[in-house]
Design a binder for this molecule. Structure first.
Ligand code: UDX
Length: 435
């Protein structure tokens, strides 16, 4: 395909990655935002989002002239071949996705889009949104296309440039193929379909991942009660190619900007067509129960009562490799600990500043100082390289709760501390046999 003229509306996480990556594929991309100072920063090559490779791609696009940043969508779209809508669709009333930002942009640009232009949704939108956008524009000569993204934070650029698949759907003949061809250089399988099916793929995939994790966290709980070890159990499951090895790691519960929002939105969609999606509701409930189990473990580790206990937290982000705190299980666990009267100190390599109720410090050893228990909540690899003997010297108590099964239990044990993970045998000074 020859270079297309693309406009990306919204320079958040998804929009910026989409814009910079499409430019790197040879398209002429204009990224638009309403935030003037953000546009000015991006036009100067300053990227605020922590995402490996993104700043480099932006810089390259700016230098080659294939990527630019402007304020005001109306002007930018006048000669576009395709416009990607990458504005936020947060959780709105009753758990449904809030489409106001999408509708606002469509209202702003509908009458100036050139005939035949493709209006493409990248944001996760409810099934039926493409049809609704088409009606909103009042222009049958435009093609509305759904092209959901599957980017993970921390690996967004490599996910975009090396995707498992491209999903594109439209009810306008030929439009989905045209959008699929924008990704020609990527050699990924393309699922070209109708708009509603493409919209549903995104929810189905993310909700399946959430269910997979809730299932694993439940099996981990069974392991603890039955005296089994989740590590070999998931290893044994993962070799089955129908199950796959990824997304089998137990943790403090799944979080982030997508899974909680998308599970809630799909439940809402199901309800709108009077379908009881009990399976998915159970996965969401299990996720809350998982956080509560981690809190109970922490309470148990400090003798039963959190009031007055000094708890040191390692990690606040919802997963390693990001500074994103949105729907972070770590943050919600921290706030429950504070609410129960614990004195909470926290360190995260990517998160600074002030957070309510707790003291955020700038290194892991400060977290250990005087702590009754140290709790790993985010799987940052640097925590495995800490000097645990020094950590033990600084601590008041001897409990390490590892909600990510990140640390080598023996290392913690050798430092004179006790270790408990999720779904794994405890390692205490008395019982030294650790698997
Ligand atoms: C997710 C989807 O993976 C992505 O396709 C979609 O586009 C956006 O939502 P992201 O939110 O970046 O991506 O996070 P992801 O890496 O999927 O992790 C989600 C949550 O599950 C995190 O809280 C993570 O810690 C947890 N998780 C993941 C586990 O607890 N165990 C695992 O094995 C994997």
């Amino acid at each position: 395909m020859s270079a297309a003229r693309i406009v990306v509306v919204g320079t958040g996480y998804v929009g910026l990655t989409t814009g910079a990556c499409l430019a790197s594929l040879g398209h002429r991309v204009t990224c638009v935002d309403v935030d003037e100072s953000k546009v000015a920063r991006l036009a100067a090559g300053r990227v605020d989002i922590m995402e490996p490779g993104l700043a480099e791609l932006v810089a390259r696009g700016l230098t080659s002239g294939g990527l630019s940043f402007v304020v005001g969508a109306r002007e930018a779209v006048r000669d576009a071949d395709g416009v990607f809508l990458c504005v936020p669709t947060p959780m709105g009333a009753g758990g449904a996705a809030d489409l106001r930002a999408v509708e606002q942009v469509v209202g702003e640009i509908a009458d100036v889009l050139p005939s035949g232009c493709a209006l493409i949704t990248k944001s996760t939108v409810p099934v039926g949104t493409a049809r609704r956008i088409q009606e909103l524009t009042g222009r049958p000569d435009l093609a509305v296309v759904s092209n959901p993204e599957f980017l993970r934070e921390g690996t967004a650029v490599s996910d975009f440039l090396g995707p498992d698949r491209i999903v594109v759907g439209s009810d306008t003949p030929g439009a989905a193929d045209w959008v699929a061809n924008l990704y020609e250089g990527l050699h990924a399988p393309a699922v070209v379909t109708d708009a509603a099916s493409a919209e549903l793929v995104k929810y189905a995939a993310n909700c399946f991942l959430a269910m997979k994790l809730s299932f694993v966290n439940s099996i981990a709980e069974l392991c603890e009660r039955l005296g089994a070890d989740i590590e070999p159990v998931t290893r044994g499951m993962g070799y089955d190619r129908r199950i796959g090895r990824s997304f089998l790691k137990p943790g403090p519960g799944w979080g982030g900007s997508c899974l909680p929002k998308d599970t809630s939105a799909l439940l809402n969609i199901a309800e709108s067509v009077r379908f009881d999606f009990d399976l998915l509701s159970a996965a969401v409930e299990q996720n809350i129960a998982q956080r509560d189990r981690v809190i109970a473990k922490i309470a148990g580790a400090v003798g039963g009562s959190l009031a007055g206990a000094r708890i040191g937290l390692l990690g606040l982000a919802f997963k390693a490799g990001t500074n994103d705190l949105r729907d972070s299980p770590a943050l919600s666990i921290a706030s429950v600990l504070c609410a129960h009267g614990a004195e909470v100190t926290a360190f995260d390599p990517a998160v600074g500043g002030e957070l309510p109720g707790m003291l955020v410090v700038d290194n892991a050893y400060q977290v250990a100082k005087g702590a009754d228990a140290v709790v790993v909540l985010t799987e940052w690899p640097e925590f495995t390289r800490l000097d645990w003997t020094y950590m033990a010297e600084l601590m008041h108590g001897d409990a390490v709760v590892d909600s990510r099964n990140l640390l080598e239990p023996r290392t913690v044990l050798n430092a004179g501390l006790s270790w408990q993970g999720i779904g794994r045998p405890r390692a205490t000074v008395r019982a030294t046999s650790v698997s």
